[in-house]
Design a binder for this molecule. Structure first.
Ligand SMILES: Nc1nc2c(ncn2[C@@H]2O[C@H](COP(=O)(O)OP(=O)(O)OP(=O)(O)O)[C@@H](O)[C@H]2O)c(=O)[nH]1
Length: 292
């Protein structure tokens, strides 16, 4: 199942998050650690408004660790506490509770001083499709309450899930749309598998992937494909990989569609190691340019 983001659906998705905002103390904004900016909803600041927020960089097991550390620092410098976790294996979940407690310390102290009974922190997860919302909810619940799926757009129903005494989580995550009007963001989302292949041209995606690798991970590319930077001529590059990996059609010619698919699968399947697609340094450069 894929969510079709039409204006009506976007307005409804946003309204659902806004309605649930009043039920919770804190928003867990879930992003993909491999693309901490590209996997954010473009209107998230407006939607969440003044509500306390914890940024959770999920799928940290698949991201470049050095870059993830930089992103956590980057967000902190921009006033957002962030933690990196792996929901699939339940790694880093204690950090989530701890960070939420720290962020809400003052609010809960104020409640206590007014004589209110202590209670668990109430939270809601918000994020674009496929960032791992259901997986995190399941992990926190330690049983399969929310359905998970590899298909973007599979999440439904509503109740509170308790995680220890400290945390209660709304089991319906807020699903918001990605920045799909930005082509580069689209490519990055597709290379991590967040966007369905049917709406992407595989050859374009493979070319984007190779260009990205030659710029950011040339050594890994060299190890996998035997060249550090792409040939001037794209056909030569594809021929090289096709021959290396023996991707031939029925007539013995190189099958470019299959070569494209192979490149994309290599990237997604971590055959080139843990990759991050958004870079703090690039973002800082952009911000500096915008300030001028
Ligand atoms: N390696 C890894 N995979 C993860 C992690 N979290 C989730 N996944 C995988 O990512 C895919 C999507 O996870 P879901 O939990 O269904 O994502 P979701 O955000 O609920 O998706 P929608 O229902 O589309 O909104 C699944 O194949 C999960 O197994 C993680 O921390 N590490």
């Amino acid at each position: 199942m894929t969510i079709q983001w039409f204006p009506g659906h976007m307005a409804k998705a946003r309204r659902q998050v806004t309605e649930n905002l009043k039920l919770v103390d804190i928003i867990f904004e879930l992003v993909d650690a491999r693309l901490p900016l590209s996997s954010r909803n473009p209107m998230i600041d407006e939607v969440i408004s003044q509500k306390t927020r914890l940024l959770i960089l999920n799928k940290a097991d698949m991201a470049d660790e050095q870059e993830t550390r930089k992103w956590v620092q980057y967000f902190a410098a921009h006033g957002h506490k962030a933690v990196a976790i792996n929901s699939l294996e339940g790694k880093g979940l204690q950090q989530v509770t701890k960070a939420a407690q720290e962020l809400l310390q003052e609010k809960f102290d104020r409640m206590k001083s007014r004589g209110m009974k202590p209670r668990a922190i109430r939270a809601m997860i918000v994020g674009i499709p496929n960032v791992g919302k259901s997986t995190l909810i399941n992990r926190l619940a330690k049983k399969n309450i929310a359905r998970t799926g590899n298909t973007p757009g599979v999440t439904k129903a509503q109740q509170w899930i308790k995680f220890g005494k400290e945390l209660e989580l709304l089991d319906t995550p807020g699903i918001l749309w990605p920045k799909f009007e930005d082509q580069e963001v689209g490519y990055k989302l597709a290379l991590t598998g967040a966007i369905k292949d049917t709406i992407m041209n595989m050859e374009d995606l493979a070319v984007y992937g190779l260009r990205f690798l030659s710029e950011h991970y040339p050594t890994r590319m060299a190890e996998r494909y035997g060249f550090q930077s792409m040939h001037e001529d794209l056909v030569e590059t594809f021929d090289h990989i096709g021959k290396l990996r023996r991707v031939f059609g029925a007539g013995g010619e190189i099958d470019y569609d299959q070569v494209s698919l192979l490149i994309v699968r290599d990237i997604r399947g971590q055959q080139l190691g843990k990759l991050t697609f958004d870079f703090v340094n690039e973002q800082l450069e952009k911000e500096a340019e915008n300030e001028q």
